[in-house]
Design a protein around this ligand. Sequence first.
Ligand code: MN
Ligand code: MN
Length: 300
Amino acid sequence: MEKSEVESYIKAGNIAKEIKNFAKEIIKSNMKLIDIAEAIDAKIDELGGESAFPVNLSLNEIAAHYTPTKDDETVAEGILKIDIGVAVDGYIADTAFSIDLTEDGKFKEMIELNEKILSEITEIIKPGVEVREVGDVAQDILEEWNEDNNSRFVMIKSLSGHSLAQDTIHAGLTISNYRNDNQNELDGAFAIEPFVTTGVGDIYEGNAGGIYVLQSDEPVRDRDAREVLKFIKEEYITRPFCLRWLEKENFGKLKFVISSLVRQGILHEYPLLIEKSKAPVSQIENTFIIADEEVWCTTG
Ligand code: MN
Ligand code: MN
């Protein structure tokens, strides 16, 4: 990895860390998700980063892929996952944390376990570490915790960490959070993200959560659609974006245009990822780099 590339990853990570601290300060129970999202968007901008993807604000049984739209009345309650993506020159910091917004601390233990899993994994991230070692640590810590505390937490096996590349959030490598035999070595930039639940540990795909990405370059006839597409190609290129951002541009028939572009396969709409038994989900994520025999956790 080039030195300048490492520097950009670190810079993105530093901004993401500041955003996490900022989010922890401002988020209160019953705050509207749209107000949280707009404050985070503005802060990323203020700190000189770009959004690598729209901030995911996923509540309770929703594991990922929810971002509020302009008139969204949804408020923060229960357990909220804040998943932030910051890019500097296209080099991405991908990081997430969970907040318990209940008065009786209902999700405190789940989040504590989730944090412990990621911090124990962090201990073994060194040059030469294999993907399967991450899975071993994750599963060992979870099983040990359940035994010691008489708890029944479960890992969501269908959600994994991933390698990162310039302008690419999922760059090919899957980093599972359970025992596996993947002997690939971790190298370059990657994100590790265990998800813990009290449910069955699997997810299903729900409705659209407000996040889209350009997936085909086919021409379109409709004038309104052409204008929206031109803007998307200039502003976001290959990066995911959300309705909230487009709503600021005063396009005609925006919702109609977006759904027709999705139907034509020109845009991909990310479905919500929801725990199969609708049980609450916790997520903790950090980005790492291994380069030239050195290791960084850029977001932790
Ligand atoms: Mn993430
Ligand atoms: Mn990720």
